[in-house]
Design a protein around this ligand. Structure first.
Ligand SMILES: [Zn+2]
Length: 238
């Protein structure tokens, strides 16, 4: 994967690009937009009670940069998002003993479409080695129109461990935290394989207002939680 990263970086260097945040004439990210990516680690929790540290609000420039990174092949933005993930991971690092980092996997279809795995790419840019212990077991339907209970049911069994994880401990890593239903499903898959999940870290979290604006549905008002696990236009697992 190191070779692939190097290729992606080289591609970003020769490609005439604009700022991933404001589309100003800049190779990667302009100074103004860089200022919007200064991490502020915040502790949140999933519905299942898993503590998750997240570093940026998924709105404005942050949202545009992440969308450009995930959906417009802006792999050069990984280096600019890495400090946020690194800061979130640092804030989760008060565990005694070894803890591996398990990214929430993308589906094979999403990987083929993008040609890269966004979470793993940022994780490596942040200087960490991902433990690829999970895989997508089956397709799920779009989450946005589902109630909280329906979402949990929809996600159940969506992820599976690649093998026994007996005696191993993990911090889950994902790009965006919205309700946390996907992180709960990842934790379930790891527990089922004998592993332990001590917490989670994400680059950004979706403020409730944004979730409502992007996904106007009555479920946004039910149960006090927003109802999306990823940025539009693609959900996860897709
Ligand atoms: Zn900019």
């Amino acid at each position: 994967m190191g070779f692939r990263d190097a290729l992606l970086d080289a591609w970003a260097l020769v490609m005439p690009v604009e700022c991933a945040g404001c589309e100003g004439p800049d190779r990667a990210l302009c100074g103004g937009c860089s200022g919007s990516l200064v991490p502020l680690p915040t502790l949140r929790a999933t519905p299942g009670g898993l503590p998750v540290v997240t570093a940026l609000r998924y709105e404005g420039i942050v949202r545009r940069v992440i969308l450009a990174f995930k959906e417009q092949q802006r792999t050069d933005a990984a280096a600019h998002l890495a400090p946020a993930l690194a800061a979130a991971l640092l804030a989760t690092a008060d565990q005694p003993g070894p803890v591996e980092l398990a990214p929430v996997p993308t589906s094979r279809a999403a990987y083929r479409r993008r040609g890269y795995d966004p979470v793993r790419l940022v994780l490596r840019k942040a200087g960490h080695r991902p433990a690829g212990v999970l895989r997508v077991a089956r397709r799920t339907t779009a989450q946005k129109s589902l109630s909280a209970a329906e979402r949990a049911e929809n996600l159940r069994g969506a992820l599976v461990a690649r093998g026994s994880l007996e005696g191993r401990r993990f911090t889950l890593v994902d790009d965006i935290l919205t309700t946390g239903a996907t992180l709960d499903e990842a934790a379930r898959a790891i527990s089922e394989a004998g592993g332990t999940v001590v917490g989670g870290a994400t680059i950004a979290f979706t403020p409730r207002l944004i979730a409502f604006r992007d996904k106007p549905s009555r479920e946004d008002y039910v149960g006090g939680k927003a109802h999306d696990d990823g940025p539009p236009p693609t959900g996860r697992p897709s």
